[in-house]
Design a protein around this ligand. Sequence first.
Ligand code: HEM
Ligand code: HEM
Length: 191
Amino acid sequence: MSKINEPNIFARATCPTEADIHVHRFPATSRLLHWIVAALVLATWPLGLFIKFTTNEVKLDFYMIHESLGFLVLWIMLLRIGNKLLVKAPPAEGAAIERFAASSVHGLLYLLLIVMPVSGFLATNAHGFPLHWFGLVPVWSPIGKTPEIAWTLSAVHTWSAWILLALFALHVGAVLFHHVIKRDNTLYRIL
Ligand code: HEM
Ligand code: HEM
């Protein structure tokens, strides 16, 4: 005999509805700019590191692609700062210490994403290799060949690269912690 009046235990195990999940997402422009910059940085960073392992025949091409992509980061970051000032970010979530850690890492990422392209651009000009963007457009520079400061600028660029990598590791570590361990909505805020 079937027990049709028995409560269905699977009814409670269904997926939550959209109304149950309320995600305060970043505005569309912020999400778009976040992923464009992330894709550019994830391509530019390893390209920069590989330059010194490449043969002489392709080295100049690697420099050109690395520098052209990196230079694009500068302009998109300026747009992103403008966007941040104009649009309203969703309210920060979590304990005060988490909010402080997140905003410190985000602030430092913004800073490094300006310092990196500016130091790289000035370094290449100081070494006497002005940028031709993707081999097409010669880019004006405030400095010309200046050997006295070239290696200092290169050192700033290289140190910033490793600091950026450490910040990126913290950033992705935090996202994974929220998504896998705490299982909250943090990742969906930027998707
Ligand atoms: C977000 C943008 C950028 C990132 C993440 C980045 C990252 C890197 C990395 C990881 C290296 C290797 C460092 C090492 O060998 O330990 C490097 C080297 C280099 N990058 Fe970039 N870079 C960026 C933008 C630029 C730009 C815009 C230029 C020039 C227009 C540039 C010029 C150079 C040069 C010339 C080197 C060789 C090392 C030196 O002499 O300074 N980079 N970059
Ligand atoms: C590749 C995987 C990545 C994932 C899964 C990811 C995920 C996220 C998430 C979930 C947020 C929102 C945090 C919140 O709610 O407060 C966020 C924000 C942010 N991410 Fe990423 N991110 C990634 C890559 C990057 C990269 C490569 C960078 C830069 C180098 C970056 C820089 C930032 C910044 C600066 C913010 C703050 C947003 C703002 O105020 O504009 N992210 N990311």
